[in-house]
Design a protein around this ligand. Structure first.
Ligand code: 2HG
Ligand code: ZN
Length: 461
């Protein structure tokens, strides 16, 4: 056994665990394709303890996997190989809200929802809005550059990051950026950590930029005959004098799963292959009914519902927000791809034609949903009950080869918002060139020369 484990245990006492239940729970995220096998889990109390632990692990050559709310879908927070899982759960500090600068500084372990609750009395929020907001933590939101439901209007987590306190694998505490709105002095290292998936340094605290809470909004659920019609609808709406907060899509197949899972009554009297869920700021100058009539007359929308109050809006959102949980029982193989928004109709047609070609008698059921306004689709392949996990994994691997080639052909990305982690690593070269990958590897070596921090994630060295 590595002697570093005994030293860690002696230092941390009950905040060190090798309990198999703890190893299983903290050793993985929402992905299920990799078996968690960490050596131990540690729960540091503050940044200086994170620094001590990392210095000690470096000294004893122990690899470390940083762990937040564990809601990731790319296995970036899975410890498969005897690593120490470093949980940020205890870094719960919620700093005072700086109203003049519209910033707040919080611990990495603060849950996204807890942050929003802290900000609401001030009429502010951190506009990274995730379906998993109850568990997902700010450190993880930043480390994965989380996207979510409002990227169309606000952008990814990276856009709302002013500074971080982060600890390198050598145990050095870095203060990168801070409440300065303008700071053009050299490389933006805090921004580099956003999306680095815990491979460069461990974020322990972040200073976040805040936005005013959106005013009253309107929610529309629209039925569309094709993915092309969904994009046409987006284009039409973008030509109107309205501010669109979200523009989401899901297929009839997804709707059926949510209906079965939640027992909700269908939202519209008619069915359609696709549905768009749209939210925009209440337009002062335009009647919502005028907008719906315009959409129905244009032909890209076959039916629609306007939320009459907040409860109705929340019910409409459930059709989109509860898709992931309603598919969970089918151990879905997940994909998260993006193409330029304008390429979505052509990509969608190719995607559907390709799905149709899959070998029968076992065409795999596929749920397609996502953030159309960002050109981002989630493609979840469901495992038929009679298929073994191995057979399913093999089939999905070969489907992924084809799917990612299609994505690359449409100048897309193999990971729009979930990251690369372990899951997408084999395909990164399809959309990132050799020179770019070489710079990424050199960057990793500069931050973590021993390669001990979240090893094997994004790429191999
Ligand atoms: C969402 O948009 C999440 O709901 C999860 O990114 C996507 O479950 C998925 O594949
Ligand atoms: Zn998503």
């Amino acid at each position: 056994m590595n002697p570093g484990l005994a030293v860690l245990q002696a230092r941390l006492g009950s905040r060190f665990s090798t309990d198999p239940e703890h190893l299983r729970t903290w050793g993985c995220d929402w992905t299920r394709a990799f078996a968690p096998q960490p050596a131990a889990v540690v729960w540091p109390a503050d940044t200086s303890e994170v620094a001590d632990i990392l210095a000690l692990c470096s000294h004893h050559h122990l690899a470390v996997v940083p762990s937040g709310g564990r809601t990731g879908l790319a296995a970036a927070a899975v410890a498969t190989n005897g690593e120490i899982v470093l949980s940020l759960d205890r870094l719960q500090h919620l700093g005072p809200v700086d109203l003049a600068g519209r910033t707040v500084t919080v611990g990495a372990g603060v849950a996204n929802q807890a942050l929003q609750d802290h900000l609401r009395p001030f009429g502010l929020w951190w506009p990274v809005d995730l379906a998993s907001k109850g568990s997902a933590q700010i450190g993880g939101n930043l480390a994965t550059n989380a996207g979510g439901l409002r990227v169309l209007r606000y952008g990814h987590a990276r856009h709302w990051l002013l500074g971080v306190q982060a600890v390198t694998m050598a145990g050095e505490v870095l203060e990168l950026g801070g409440p300065l709105v303008k700071d053009n002095s050299g490389y933006a290292l805090a921004q580099l950590l956003a999306g680095s998936e815990g491979t460069l340094a461990v974020i322990t605290q972040a200073t976040l930029a805040l936005a005013p809470l959106p005013g009253p909004t309107q929610t529309l659920l629209l039925a569309c005959p094709s993915l092309a019609a969904v994009v046409e609808t987006l284009t039409w709406l973008r030509g109107r004098p309205i501010v669109i907060d979200a523009f989401e899509v899901f297929s009839e197949f997804c709707l059926q799963h949510v209906a079965r899972h939640t027992g909700q009554r269908r939202p519209l009297p008619t069915t359609a292959p696709w549905y768009a869920l749209v939210e925009f700021e209440d337009p002062q100058s335009l009647e919502i009914d005028t907008i719906l009539t315009g959409l129905l007359e244009g032909g890209a929308v076959s039916d629609g519902a306007v939320a009459v109050d907040r409860q109705h809006s929340a019910r409409l959102w459930q059709w989109r927000e509860r898709i992931t949980e309603s598919l969970q029982a089918f151990t879905p193989h997940k994909n998260d791809i993006a193409v330029p928004v304008a390429a979505l109709p052509a990509f969608g047609a190719d995607l559907l034609a390709w799905l149709d070609q899959q070998p029968h008698p076992h065409p795999l059921p596929v749920a397609v949903f996502g953030h159309v306004g960002d050109g981002n689709l989630h493609i979840n392949t469901l495992r038929p009950a009679e298929w073994t996990t191995e057979r399913f994994a093999l089939a999905c691997k070969s489907l992924d080869d084809d799917l990612f080639a299609l994505v690359a052909a449409h100048r897309g990305s193999i990971s729009a918002e979930h990251g690369i982690g372990l899951v997408k690593k084999p395909w990164l070269h399809l959309t990132r060139g050799p020179a770019e990958l070489a710079v990424m590897r050199a960057t990793k070596r500069a931050w973590d020369p021993q390669g001990l921090l979240n090893p094997g994630k994004i790429f191999d060295l």
